[in-house]
Ligand binder design. Structure first.
Ligand SMILES: Nc1ncnc2c1ncn2[C@@H]1O[C@H](COP(=O)(O)OP(=O)(O)OP(=O)(O)O)[C@@H](O)[C@H]1O
Length: 305
């Protein structure tokens, strides 16, 4: 059985009594996964992270970290790299990380060692005397990460860590996250960006309207939902434009000279047989296209929070 770092059962939470933001969320995070929590703006991702971290108290539900109910010692094993950075911009890079180390009760030589280690890891040791306000957006995020890892957590939650960055900075931050994962740390990655989640994550949970609507490994999810968003590529004997009228019941996604990509309307294998019957020998070949997360996500959500 896969070891899990976190198991949440039937988590509900609301800031106001009659308005739930999280509705009966059950979520399992396997150890050493990169678990992407994806959903539109305001779906409840950040709120779920805060409840998982014990920063907000759930109205209902059970939170199990490392096989025990959430408590101060499980909290120490989890790091948080929030979207809203908790940095003090008038302090130096070094002082910011030092402050986080102290919050985790490290003192003396051990504290200094861990601050140095965290800054070396994110490549900020040489910049340690600069004020946090002097850093570029990429280095500010690296500092945010150093603050989140100074206590050597087993799990780190990242909330939208590459928003509003240029491509170079995005790829540096993603490679820092991959390096942490290679060291055996479980990563929980919250984002609205399906493409990044698909590139980075081993597991995915899709949130909408405060519900976790599906979760599983990337392969499981794509396989289980492929019937909802099955696409086929048709290679045709005639030009595609001439034949598209005959496939009026099907949504045509792409149209080229002698090929078309068509949605199968939820009827899978039967749909393929129907298309073969309609087109007869004008159809030279029909190939199923494996779904990507973007398609599964679009088929399961309506794009609203
Ligand atoms: N402190 C708060 N008080 C009241 N409502 C809040 C508070 N924080 C968040 N909310 C509401 O909770 C809902 C979910 O917000 P949350 O930030 O968890 O969503 P999200 O999926 O992380 O969105 P985004 O991707 O935009 O960060 C939103 O409707 C938001 O307005």
């Amino acid at each position: 059985m896969v070891r899990t770092v976190f198991r949440g059962e039937s988590i509900s939470f609301g800031y106001e009594k009659h308005h739930l933001i999280l509705k009966d969320v059950s979520i399992t995070i396997p150890a050493q996964s990169i678990y992407g929590i994806i959903g539109p703006a305001e779906a409840g991702k950040t709120t779920l992270a805060k409840v998982m971290l014990g920063l907000e108290k759930s109205t209902n539900g059970t939170l199990i970290w490392f096989n025990e109910r959430i408590n101060a010692s499980t909290n120490r094993r989890v790091g948080y790299v929030p979207y809203e950075k908790a940095l003090i911009y008038d302090l130096s890079v070094y002082e910011n990380v030092l402050l986080f180390g102290k919050l985790y009760q490290y003192r003396g030589k051990r504290l200094k060692q861990q601050v140095e280690q965290a800054l070396q890891f994110v490549g900020l040791w040489e910049e340690r005397k600069k004020k946090a306000s002097q850093l570029s957006p990429e280095l500010t995020q690296q500092l945010n990460i150093a603050c989140g890892i100074v206590h050597l957590p087993d799990v780190i939650i990242f909330d939208e860590p590459i928003e509003e960055m240029d491509n170079q900075a995005k790829s540096t931050i993603l490679s820092t996250i991959r390096k942490l994962h290679e060291m055996g740390i479980t990563i929980i990655y919250l984002s609205q960006n399906v493409e990044v989640i698909e590139q980075l994550c081993t597991h995915v949970g899709i949130m909408q309207h405060g519900n976790l609507i599906v979760q599983g490994s990337m392969e499981e999810l794509l396989e289980q939902h492929q019937h909802r968003c099955a696409l086929v590529k048709l290679t045709l004997a005639d030009t595609a434009v001439e034949l598209q009228g005959e496939l009026a019941d099907y949504k045509i996604r792409e149209l080229e000279a002698c090929t078309m990509v068509v949605e199968l309307n939820d009827d899978g294998e039967q749909g393929m047989q129907r298309i073969k019957a309609i087109l007869g020998d004008r159809l030279l070949q029909i190939d199923m296209i494996s779904p990507q997360l973007q398609q599964v996500y679009a088929s399961l959500t309506d794009g609203t929070a």
